[in-house]
Design a binder for this molecule. Structure first.
Ligand code: FAD
Length: 487
């Protein structure tokens, strides 16, 4: 045995205490499995809690207050420009994440889950070594392990002119941007995906002139264009500039700003920004953790291969969350965490969900679940799609915000609801109804006969379903007419 190493035996070692890992550990403990939860970060919660979902939504809340105060003028309420105290905002954001981290630690304690702080590496299919700063390493011998090591931002080292630029605090990833070290005068966001647009929304509301450069021909690639349109229109006015079909070719910290090389139509070859945020995607944390010492298989993108019970190719090791594939979202990780723990406890459980919701927390918000029109087209699936514009919603009018729409995607033969997409304020809260409907195999009629509270934005789901049903009825009437018409 290595000097200074302790050995611990457990039934289950969960590596990574993000939403996937802590959910799995708590569920396993609840089902009577002796569990240890290991994380390299000092507090549990993972990327989601400390550098992702929660801090970004806290800052987006601040952004929403600023823009609500601004738009209130149109209903006769006039506020002074907000006085921003960045230190206080940062302190509040950290207090939110600290409180939640303490809550997770408390739940683990009461469930009997030990949290071990350190960096884990698989030695073989039965043990991990956990290296801890200034303390002896721990070798954990396990019966089973759940890999929940998450993901990290994709870096673009080839863009940096000099090696020193890689350490520049002016060139940030999402973690750096969430630190909110300052509110720069100008910010370039590289990448028009959800993380770039959410962070751009925050900085723009705080007073930064935000420019976005996106490589493809539209923001939020892959999302239905009709949902993106109202957001794109709004961002045209709240951001300084959005360049599509454009690429960043180089980045250099000049000592006082960042010189950025760009290619794209109508774009100057070089521009200067106070800060740059690189938000071009995330890569799974499957490297440098000793998986080569196990039978776990990894695909060419670095994702760990799993079946619908979250089992890897190594019968002792399960994998969940970002490290196990797309979509890289916290709620997918949590559900998988429950599944893996239940399968380990001998229960019948599988990640067989029909709808994984996705939300872009911009202004307006975009949310969707189930089949999208884009996917239906790509897979040549025949679907019907009916929309209800929020300009016709009483609730949207009372909120003085009618920039939205709800779309129901359905099977024209069976009328089963296959997908729902929406754009507008609080779309992220509203999508949950659609998730339940799709999980339960609801048809249009189910959304129509269920009484929706009035006046609420949830009525737009019912209204879109009514639009679809009315359209189908008219179609059927026309067909019957044709068949019964004298020849
Ligand atoms: P993670 O949360 O990534 O946690 C993995 C943990 O494993 C980390 O704590 C890490 O320290 C630990 N770890 C890694 N390697 C080791 C090792 N060798 N030894 C010990 N510990 C290790 N998702 C949403 O659903 N909604 C959102 O609104 C949302 N917003 C986001 C905003 C931003 C800016 C970002 C970056 C992400 C956002 N996400 C959002 C994505 C979400 O954060 C991830 O999908 C989620 O955190 C994945 O959870 P996980 O459990 O797989 O892993």
């Amino acid at each position: 045995m290595v000097v200074g190493e302790m050995v611990q035996e457990v039934e289950l070692a969960v590596i990574g205490a993000g939403p996937g890992g802590y959910t799995a550990a708590l569920r396993a403990a609840e089902l009577g499995i002796k569990t240890i939860l290991v994380d390299a970060m000092p507090k549990p919660g993972g990327v989601c809690l400390h550098m992702g979902c929660i801090p970004s939504k806290a800052l987006l809340h601040a952004a929403e207050i600023v823009s609500t105060a601004k738009t209130a003028a149109k209903i006769g309420l006039h506020f002074e420009a907000p006085q921003l105290n960045v230190d206080e905002l940062r302190t509040w954001k950290t207090s939110v994440t600290d409180k939640l981290a303490a809550g997770i630690a408390g739940m683990c304690k009461s469930a009997g889950v030990e949290i071990l702080h350190g960096n884990a590496r698989f030695e073989d299919s039965r043990s991990v070594r956990v290296d801890r700063d200034g303390e002896s390493a721990v070798r954990i011998k396990f019966k089973h392990a759940i890999l929940a090591t998450g993901s990290r931002p994709t870096s673009l080292p080839r863009l940096f002119k000099n090696e020193k630029d890689m350490a520049s605090s002016r060139i940030m990833d999402s973690t750096g941007a969430l630190k909110l070290e300052e509110v720069p005068k100008t910010l370039l966001v590289v990448g028009g995906g959800y993380i770039g647009l959410e962070m751009g929304t925050v900085y723009a509301a705080l007073g930064t002139a935000v420019t976005v450069i996106e490589m493809t021909d539209g923001l939020l690639p892959g999302v239905d264009r009709d949902l993106v349109k109202p957001l794109a229109t709004h961002l045209q006015s709240s951001f300084k500039a959005i360049y599509l079909n454009a690429k960043v070719t180089s980045l250099e910290d000049t000592g006082s700003a960042v010189a950025v090389g760009v290619v794209g139509k109508d774009l100057p070859a070089s521009q200067t920004f106070d800060r740059v945020l690189i938000a071009v995607g995330r890569v799974p944390n499957s490297d440098n953790i000793g998986l080569e010492n196990t039978s776990v298989e990894i695909d060419k993108h670095g994702f760990v291969g799993i079946d619908e019970c979250c089992r890897t190719a190594d019968k002792r090791i399960f994998a969940i969350g970002d490290v196990s594939g797309q979509p890289m979202l916290a709620h997918r990780a949590m559900r998988q965490g429950q599944v893996a723990a239940e399968v380990l406890a001998g229960r019948q459980s599988a990640f067989d969900n029909r709808a994984i919701p996705a939300v872009v927390f911009t202004e307006p918000e975009i949310a969707w679940c189930g089949l999208t029109e884009t996917e239906a087209k790509a897979r040549s699936v025949t679907v019907g799609a009916a929309k209800f514009p929020w300009s016709a919603s009483g609730r949207a009018m009372t909120l003085a915000d009618t920039n939205g729409q709800t779309k129901v995607i359905y099977d024209p033969e069976t009328t089963q609801v296959l997908g729902v997409g929406m754009v507008g304020p609080r779309a992220g809260e509203l999508i949950a109804e659609a998730v339940v409907a799709i999980e339960m195999g609801a048809v249009l009629e189910d959304l129509i006969v269920a009484i929706h509270p009035h006046p609420t934005l949830s009525e737009t789901v019912m209204e879109a379903a009514m639009t679809a049903a009315a359209r189908l009825e008219r179609q059927r009437a026309r067909e019957t007419e044709k068949q019964t018409a004298p020849s």
